[in-house]
Each structure stands twice: as structure tokens, then as C-alpha cells.
Design a binder for this molecule. Structure first.
Ligand SMILES: [Fe+2]
Length: 290
């Protein structure tokens, strides 16, 4: 019998064409190659999953968060203060929920995998991974790279929940300035707070309810022989205490294969670089969590 989860996956596969029809991939790729950021419409199906997930997150109890928590794998609900942007003494002031498509079978052993929240995140991941693959394929097209860079089984979702308390008057940012060290990050929040630093200049990101931002990471800079800039970003500490929720899709290449750079065909050790970045945020290396 087909499991609920695989039925869900089939539905999303069927709708992927419609999702991809709503993104101008070549234009998005051009903007990322040129400046490291691109604002796009969030496909309608993903808007529904996004807002559902944010509503449902409020109903997840602390007992569930404790049970469905796998810090060694950077998976599930991860405690406040566990992650930091390079500076260990200034942790990110948020809770996290991480979801890896590759781990969905392991999740099925837990009752939480049948919850509405879990399914909303699954639906979002299914669609946003299609978007990410489309963007990356377009970027590869610009460099005449014919070998596809697969991402779905190595990438993951991270929901960041910045609560009203505790506020820290000593912090300019709830998440300090950093770059993610991946290929791309696709970010959608429920309110302002994200700032980016194109060419080093601070820019406040303002997204409409139906928009998302795609930014580049240093793995893409490395792959493109430094042709594509990586994008520093941060989350501001607002003057008025307001909660903020965001969902980020971290786009990471399949690390089980070898890569050469797009233009100079230089041999690259992406595993070592990706692990170093991931560990710099307080996570275990990707290779240990495989
Ligand atoms: Fe980030």
C-alpha cells in the first residue's frame, strides 16, 4: 500500500511543472551571477505551505520538540542558542527546526511525522527543492556545464523562530553577519528583519507576502572560479519586541561525487569546504551525519 508520505510526494511531483512555470529561472540566474541576490515570487502552492507551517509551528509542544530532536544530524527541533554565526559567544537568538528530505524514512518511526506541521514542511521542501534545482540548472547553463548538480538529498530546510523574549539590548543582530557556505539559500520570512550586504553595503530586504529572496553562498563562488559573489547577510534586532519566523532552504550539492570548477576545470574538494562551513555554525560535519 502506498504510504501517506509517498502519496504526498506524488502529488507534489505532479504539481512541479506548475511551480516551475512561476519562476523566471534565466533572469534569476543572471541576477545571482551578477550580484548574488534575486527576489522572486514564491509559487502559490508554496505560499500555502509556508503560511500553514508558520501557523502550525505555534501548536508544537515542548514535549514533541524534545522527542523529535537530533542535534547530531542537525535535524528536528534544535534548542535555542545551539547555532552561531562564527562567534561562539554570540549565538543566534532563535529556535530551529530542520528537515532533511533524505531522512524522511527515519522520521516515520516517530508519531510527529504524521502531524500537520511536519506535512506542511514536507510540502514546502518538495516545491522549494524543485525551484532550487531550476535556479541551479540555469546557472550551470550560463557556464555551459552540462553535468547536473543534484541537490535534493543533500539540502535541508531550516525554520528559524525568533521569539519576543528574550531580547538582548547588547546585540545589533539576532543573527550576526555571515554567509551560509552553501550553493544558494532561499529565504522567506513573515516580516522584515533580513539585511544583505551587496558589495559590502547594508541593504534592508523588503519582501511582499508572496515573495522570497535567493542569495548565493561561497560553495557557488568556489565552483564558479570566483565569478559569482557570495552574499553576506544578518537578522536585525528590532527596537520593538516582535516575533519573527522564517524558513530557509539551504542548497547543498550532492557531496558523494567529485566536482571541477565551472570555468577553469580545477579539481575541488567540496566536501572539506562544505564541512568546514557547516561546523563553523556549531553543526556536525555533513559527512558524519550522512
Ligand atoms: Fe544565513
Amino acid at each position: 500500500m502506498q504510504s501517506d508520505l509517498s502519496k504526498h510526494a506524488s502529488t507534489n511531483t505532479a504539481s512541479s511543472t506548475r511551480i516551475n512555470d512561476q519562476i523566471d529561472f534565466p533572469e534569476c540566474a543572471r541576477e545571482l551571477i551578477h550580484s548574488g541576490w534575486s527576489i522572486n515570487k514564491l509559487p502559490i502552492a508554496l505560499q500555502a505551505h509556508f503560511w500553514d507551517a508558520l501557523d502550525l509551528y505555534a501548536n508544537v509542544g515542548s514535549d514533541v520538540k524534545s522527542e523529535f530532536s537530533f542535534p547530531d544530524h542537525t535535524d528536528g527541533f534544535l534548542p535555542f542558542g545551539m547555532e552561531y554565526a562564527k562567534a561562539t559567544h554570540q549565538p543566534d537568538l532563535c529556535e530551529r527546526y530542520c528537515y532533511w528530505h533524505k531522512d524522511r524514512r527515519r522520521h516515520e518511526a516517530h508519531a510527529f511525522s504524521g502531524s500537520e506541521f511536519y506535512r506542511a514542511i514536507c510540502g514546502y521542501e518538495s516545491g522549494i527543492s524543485e525551484v532550487a534545482q531550476g535556479v541551479l540548472d540555469s546557472i550551470c547553463g550560463f557556464f555551459n556545464v552540462s553535468d547536473p548538480v543534484d541537490i535534493r538529498n543533500s539540502s535541508y530546510i531550516q525554520l528559524c523562530a525568533y521569539h519576543k523574549p528574550p531580547r538582548r539590548p547588547d546585540r545589533e543582530y539576532l543573527q550576526n553577519r555571515h554567509e551560509d557556505g552553501h550553493l544558494l539559500s532561499i529565504i522567506k520570512g513573515n516580516r522584515d528583519g533580513l539585511v544583505i550586504f551587496p558589495r559590502g553595503e547594508r541593504l534592508v530586504v523588503r519582501l511582499a507576502d508572496d515573495e522570497m529572496i535567493v542569495i548565493t553562498g561561497s560553495l557557488l563562488t568556489l565552483l564558479s572560479d570566483n565569478r559569482i559573489p557570495y552574499m553576506d547577510h544578518a537578522v536585525t534586532n528590532p527596537c520593538v519586541p516582535v516575533a519573527r519566523l522564517s524558513i530557509v532552504y539551504f542548497v547543498i550539492p550532492d557531496l558523494t561525487r567529485k566536482y571541477t570548477s565551472f570555468m577553469n576545470c580545477k579539481q575541488l574538494d567540496l566536501v572539506a569546504v562544505a564541512n568546514e562551513s557547516h561546523q563553523a555554525f556549531g553543526n556536525n560535519p555533513f559527512s558524519a551525519a550522512a
